[in-house]
Design a protein around this ligand. Structure first.
Ligand code: PHE
Length: 339
């Protein structure tokens, strides 16, 4: 093969290589390496120059230089074609191609459930209040009738920032903030994160969400509380859901209750989600304790009210059939994309 034939041959091979290469700089660079490096194909041809006929040398040198510039220019153009630089000039850009898809995000299941709860309660005239996640002992405990050394503090394993400052263990601190800042009547829900120093497991996490509810007015009764929560349960879980209220204890409500809804996984036939009881506990509630009214300067002889606090993770897990609470906090995109 004469040197001229070799030049043509290499140019053809290069054309095929560059056309078939992937759209990434690594594969283009490997082609550059193959043809243009110090030990590459083109350099190989230059080294043959000494052995060819002197009369052909100028012509051969010219062709070789042309090959080299051709390869250099083609490689640069190819790189530009997907780097987005000087796209218009590139023979490789096709303006009729569809754009790159831009994956849209999705709402987190907790956000979906919170939005739904907000919407149910806002139709009943509740407004939304927010309060601090880092709060003083006073708002998280004292003012809610949980004095220091009260056994009720053991119910909630508290993260202490200092002796007097805690990560709130429930959204009930919002009851105090709201009542301190507003005169009655009051009708709020207060969604937010709460923190408890619990062992992380399938069922519990060191942080979770609650929605607090507080209604204060004249002549509020337990019947009002049950009416509102039954309505909420039917809206959220479906008209067929059954509810029951069990007596319970919270220092800031008297009387206190816990509300269960009928298990909709097994239609109360018994399953491991409801632990074969047919019921799922979703919230704590009760009539605001007069001691709480006293700590915010409301006259308990005039004002009455109810409060409730529900756990959101559990409701989201039930709604979407999520079996491990940790999935809600790990931010794994494969999990989140499903919502
Ligand atoms: N704060 C309570 C808890 O975290 C729930 C609750 C709120 C109970 C309001 C009664 C009234 O368990």
């Amino acid at each position: 093969m004469s040197i001229f034939e070799s030049i043509l041959d290499i140019r053809n091979k290069f054309d095929i290589d560059i056309q078939n290469s992937d759209d990434n700089s690594a594969s283009i660079e490997s082609i550059r390496n193959k043809y243009l490096s110090r030990k590459g194909t083109v350099a190989g041809l230059f080294s043959q120059m000494g052995s060819i006929d002197a009369s052909q040398r100028p012509e051969a040198g010219k062709s070789l230089n042309e090959l080299k510039s051709y390869i250099t220019a083609s490689i640069n153009k190819r790189l530009e074609s997907f780097n987005g630089q000087s796209d218009e000039d590139s023979e490789y850009s096709d303006l009729t191609l569809p754009g790159d898809p831009f994956p849209g995000g999705s709402l987190h299941p907790i956000t979906l459930v919170l939005d739904e709860i907000n919407s149910i309660f806002s139709k009943l005239g509740f407004s939304v209040a927010y309060g601090p996640e880092v709060d003083t002992d006073y708002y998280n405990f004292e003012a809610l009738n949980i004095p220091k050394h009260h056994p009720a503090r053991d119910m909630q394993d508290t993260f202490y920032i200092s002796d007097d400052v805690v990560l709130r263990t429930h959204t009930s601190n919002n009851q105090i903030h709201t009542m301190e800042n507003h005169a009655p009547p009051i009708k709020i829900i207060a969604p937010g994160r709460v923190y408890r120093n619990e062992d992380v497991s399938v069922r519990s996490y060191c942080l979770f969400h609650q929605v607090e509810g507080l209604y204060v007015d004249k002549n509020v009764s337990m019947a009002d509380l049950k009416g509102v929560l039954n309505h909420f349960a039917r809206e959220f879980f479906g008209q067929k859901v059954k509810t029951r209220f069990r007596p319970s204890f919270f220092p800031f409500t008297e009387p206190s209750a816990e509300m269960d809804v009928s298990c909709f996984f097994c239609q109360q036939k018994g399953c491991n989600i409801c632990k074969y009881s047919g019921w799922l506990e979703i919230l704590g509630c009760g009539m605001v304790d007069p001691e709480v009214f006293k700590s915010v300067g409301y006259d308990p002889e005039v004002w009455s009210g109810y409060a409730f606090g529900m756990g959101i993770e559990r409701m989201a897990m039930q709604r979407y059939g999520i079996e491990d609470i940790r999935l809600l906090f790990e931010g794994d995109i494969r999990f989140l994309r499903q919502f």
